[in-house]
Design a protein around this ligand. Structure first.
Ligand code: 5GP
Length: 146
């Protein structure tokens, strides 16, 4: 059997947990009592947003139903904002479970990427310009709040 380098227990020091604790900076797009949405720092396309639950879930296996529903509803809001701001229909919703699937941050998260399956590349190796991310986050947030 293949040996898996699989993280199954939640690490309170993962980067998204630190974000939820306010310990590291982020560009917020949306927040409610169960979810948080922010700009991906190494976007696979312009406008790449991550949606996370305010629950300590490593991946889909331990996501509680009420948080699963909340993440989906927030994802809808973000996708609608992306469609409006970027004037495009195509938005990829992606979510990786386990390092074997490519998951690198072990706090459950949904990617919402304005792109098409034919254009989607790997995520950037360098961080995006912080001012650009702040600008996009502001545009998306304004549309969601409207
Ligand atoms: P995964 O590969 O686990 O599905 O996705 C993790 C995502 O988190 C990647 O797209 C990566 O660019 C993003 N990411 C990693 N570190 C940070 C960070 O410190 N801040 C933000 N905003 N995104 C991050």
């Amino acid at each position: 059997m293949t040996e898996l380098n699989q993280q199954t227990t939640y690490d309170d020091n993962n980067i998204f947990a630190k974000m939820l604790d306010g310990d590291i900076p982020y560009h917020k797009v949306y927040e409610d009592d169960k979810t948080f949405a922010f700009m991906d720092i190494m976007p696979q396309a312009e406008g790449h947003v991550l949606v996370i639950p305010k629950q300590k879930a490593v991946d889909l296996a331990d996501l509680e139903p009420e948080y699963a529903a909340a993440v989906l509803m927030t994802s809808k809001k973000v996708m609608q904002a992306q469609r409006q701001v970027f004037e495009r229909e195509g938005v990829i919703q992606m979510q990786l479970n386990g390092s074997q699937a490519g998951q690198t941050v072990f706090h459950y998260h949904v990617h919402l990427i304005p792109s098409s399956i034919h254009e989607l590349g790997r995520h950037a190796v360098t961080q995006a310009d912080s001012n650009d991310l702040a600008n996009i986050a502001q545009k998306l947030a304004a549309v969601i709040d409207a």
